[in-house]
Design a protein around this ligand. Sequence first.
Ligand SMILES: [Zn+2]
Length: 308
Amino acid sequence: MAEIMTVRGPIKPEELGVTDYHEHLYVEPPGWLHKGDPDFALNSVEKSGEELRRFAAAGGRTLCELTAVDFGRNVHKIKAVADLAPDVNVIMTAGYNRPGYMGRWVVAVAEADMVRDTVRDLTVGIDGTNVKAGIIKCGTEYNNFNESGQKLVRVAAAAYRETGRPVITHTTAGTMGYEQTGLLIEKGVDAHRITLSHMDRNLDFHEHLRVTKLGAYIGFDSFGKAKYGPETDRLALLRQLIDAGAGKRILIGNDLGRPSYWKAYGGGPGLDYLWTDIKARMLADGFTQAEWDMLSVDNPRRFFSGEV
Ligand SMILES: [Zn+2]
């Protein structure tokens, strides 16, 4: 399926341009999660819109909004944020984030019902609107590929078989990506339609390489988060992977899912950081313009259009 579904309808692969493969624009986290960590509530349409315009000013053309229903997706608010930056294509998400966010829901709801709801979000619209999701999500817990995590992976695979939309998973701290990929492939997902998020939380060359050898994409999205390790190590692994021939299987984004990460909410590094500061640093560090274009434009176009 070459067409890509955005909140404003389908677009062609050539229209994607510079693509941030993993972000959050508006999040209403479940009450228990918000109580324990108020820094999860991205809840101002104006401020998120301001940040999205910052992304556009830095050359960004497409942004993947990876908030799934169990993390507090709100289609009306995300559409309102997207309307504040009409130059940017926003792609929304169907499926589920991870067992830890779902609580009892993950066991209480039948797998077939989860598949039905996920497919409806992709083909009919989200929450009674005609805004369709363009990405299928699933995820697992830290170092744990238990039955609940496997259930979410199977739901994503079933939705893929019905719709052909790409799958972007959540890995917790970069673990279980290999296991997710194995089960997705076993359940009929084409490897080149799979991207594993947060893989740079675990800067292990071996792990990254074995996943790309299965044919899946790996996502780097921890830029500007020193608490998850220094930029130097992240960029060194990117270099190592490109030199090992895995460069065509890497997507980049910034996963700034907390208000403290956004300038408009009084924090940083901001939604333009990857596309300005990191880009400049990479080019100064010896990455070529062609390599930057591969990561920011060519790879996402290939992934979303389903090109092998
Ligand atoms: Zn995220």
